[in-house]
Design a protein around this ligand. Structure first.
Ligand code: SAM
Length: 383
């Protein structure tokens, strides 16, 4: 069964899901009331994704893969993790300590693929640490990883509740930046930050501030006043504090962040008049964040110039930015095809996976890899 929301056809959630969403709506309403009738969109998105026990990432639905709402690269193919492991291997050969720290490990698939490939390559890796905000996802990761890896591997995998201290090694985050709550701004006789209110029936956009940090950031971006009236977009204010804490937690590190996004010129292109905020519900993509709170993913593209600036301000050096296609190709993607040419089905499946990961119309160019280093100057393959 499906229903229409502002012209968007979406499957109808079950009774239990609707009840779950109602609990989150109540919690957000209370927050709106105690905040004088309006909250920032960033606050709203934070609740929708991370409210303990109720938010999209904090509660128990299947998110990743065919039975969920969207597909990430590790779910598309094991080859993705194998290429990252190849990159790890090249860095370990240059002296990087053989530790990996992964942000937001999703289903746990990337961790399993990386570790299996490192083992196959004969790398004696020291440790794999995971920082996952969602306790529900943590449980799922633990179950999946325990089923897949040997006790010897499991002894070296640890879940952290905070950033590590004095970390030395490789830091990885796939689609973590896009899951950080953003602020929404619109040009309406000057830049205005939009917030969320409740009109008795549903959540709605309202003016939030004309002088907030998000507004000031957007004025800087639109310094030459080239964006038109009613241009609407987002800014992400999480990068600065996030990179600062990450920098402080590492002694020597290479950081690889993979995500969909643009350089600033494309992000705030004059023709991108409605921004990049999108929602995913059961593989339907639409722009309305007020539908099914807690049941759908809400996300925005990454401004890689803002990421680089925040990382540099925090004390990282930027090794470069490249497309996912170039990064994976440079890290041996095509050589990972199985040698057994007789298994035609497997060959076909893997060819399809390679296409999804690398073709420009698929994930190949929309997704980019940015590489940072702390207190190191190592060569990053393909960047
Ligand atoms: C879109 S999912 C990607 C999951 C997985 N990396 C993958 O590629 O399948 C975003 C993940 O990032 C996590 N996340 C978001 N912000 C985070 C943060 N500041 N620290 C750690 N994890 C975070 C979420 O809880 C979620 O697991």
């Amino acid at each position: 069964m499906s229903s229409y929301h502002s012209g968007i056809e979406l499957p109808v959630p079950g009774t239990e899901q609707i009840e779950h969403s109602s609990l989150l709506i109540d919690a957000i309403l209370q927050h709106i009331q105690s905040s004088g009738g309006v909250i920032s969109f960033r606050d709203y998105m934070q609740h929708c994704l991370y409210q303990p026990g109720l938010g999209y990432y904090s509660a128990g639905s299947t998110k990743f893969g065919a039975g969920g709402d969207f597909v990430t690269a590790p779910e598309v193919s094991t080859l993705f993790g194998q290429c990252l492991a190849n990159q790890g291997c090249a860095l370990f050969a240059q002296g990087l300590q053989k530790n990996i720290f992964e942000f937001g490990a999703g289903s746990g698939k990337l961790c399993v693929d990386i570790i299996r490939h490192l083992n196959n390559l004969g790398i004696d890796w020291s440790g794999y640490q995971i920082l996952e905000l969602s306790s529900d996802l943590q449980q799922r990761q633990k179950m999946f990883i325990q089923q897949q890896l040997s006790p010897n591997d499991l002894n070296k995998i640890h879940w952290l509740s905070n950033l590590p201290q004095h970390f030395n090694g490789l830091v990885i985050g796939n689609e973590v930046l896009d899951a950080m709550p953003i602020n929404v701004v619109i040009k309406n006789d000057g830049w205005v930050e939009l917030g969320v209110a409740f009109n008795g029936q549903k959540f709605e956009w309202v003016e939030f501030s004309r002088n907030s940090e998000a507004v000031q950031r957007m004025r800087q971006i639109d310094l030459h006043n080239s964006l038109a009236e009613q241009y609407c977009s987002e800014v992400n204010l999480n990068y600065e504090p996030w990179f600062k804490s990450l920098q402080q937690s590492c002694d020597k590190a290479v950081v690889l962040l993979i995500d969909y996004g643009y350089e600033q010129k494309q992000y705030y292109h004059v023709q991108r008049t409605t921004g990049t905020l999108v929602c995913f519900y059961q593989h339907r993509v639409h722009p309305d964040p007020f539908i099914y709170p807690g049941l759908q993913d809400i996300t925005a593209f990454v401004d890689f110039d803002a990421v680089a600036e925040a990382a540099e301000n925090a004390g990282f050096s930027i090794s470069g930015l490249t497309t996912q296609a170039k990064f994976l190709m440079s890290n041996g993607l095509l050589k990972l095809m199985p040698a057994d040419q007789t298994d035609e089905i497997l060959q076909l499946e893997m060819s399809q996976q390679i296409k999804t990961l690398t073709l420009p119309g698929e994930m190949g160019e929309k997704f980019k890899v940015i590489s940072l280093q702390k207190d190191l100057n190592l060569e990053i393959t393909g960047i």
